[in-house]
Design a binder for this molecule. Structure first.
Ligand code: 5GP
Ligand code: ZN
Length: 113
């Protein structure tokens, strides 16, 4: 995807504050944090949203969910955290590249964050 913001971040063409990276996955700090810790975890390969997860590309999702607890531990989120993925217009998805928000560091409400 040539015109995708998070593909460009994954490729290092747009800078980000990285907290974790491997061949398949990048995690970086959200530019507009909604909680003391607000990290986005993305597959480096473009997937548009949860709606585009298939048997052919789902292995990276399992990998992301192995990485999330490691990030939470590193960030010191011992009291818990929230993992959110907005999918489509009604959820308010603004970047059309699959991402999981990790939110923590304060008591979260029943709103998204
Ligand atoms: P969504 O609304 O699609 O669930 O989440 C997109 C998130 O990406 C938002 O929380 C927004 O603050 C974040 N974001 C948008 N552009 C950038 C950027 O250029 N860099 C970083 N680090 N985060 C971004
Ligand atoms: Zn992309």
């Amino acid at each position: 995807m040539t015109d995708c913001l998070f593909c460009k971040i994954a490729a290092g063409q747009i800078p980000s504050t990285k907290v974790y990276e491997d061949e398949q996955v990048l995690a970086f700090r959200d530019i507009a944090p909604m909680a003391p810790t607000h990290i986005l975890v993305i597959p480096k390969a473009h997937i548009g949203s949860v709606a585009e997860v298939t048997p052919a590309n789902s292995a990276v999702i399992a990998h992301i969910f192995e990485i999330i607890p490691l990030i939470a531990q590193t960030e010191g989120l011992t009291e818990g955290y929230r993992v959110v993925s907005n999918c489509g217009a009604h959820a308010g998805q603004t970047v059309q590249h699959l991402h999981f928000h990790i939110l923590g560091g304060r008591q979260l409400t029943l709103e998204m964050a």
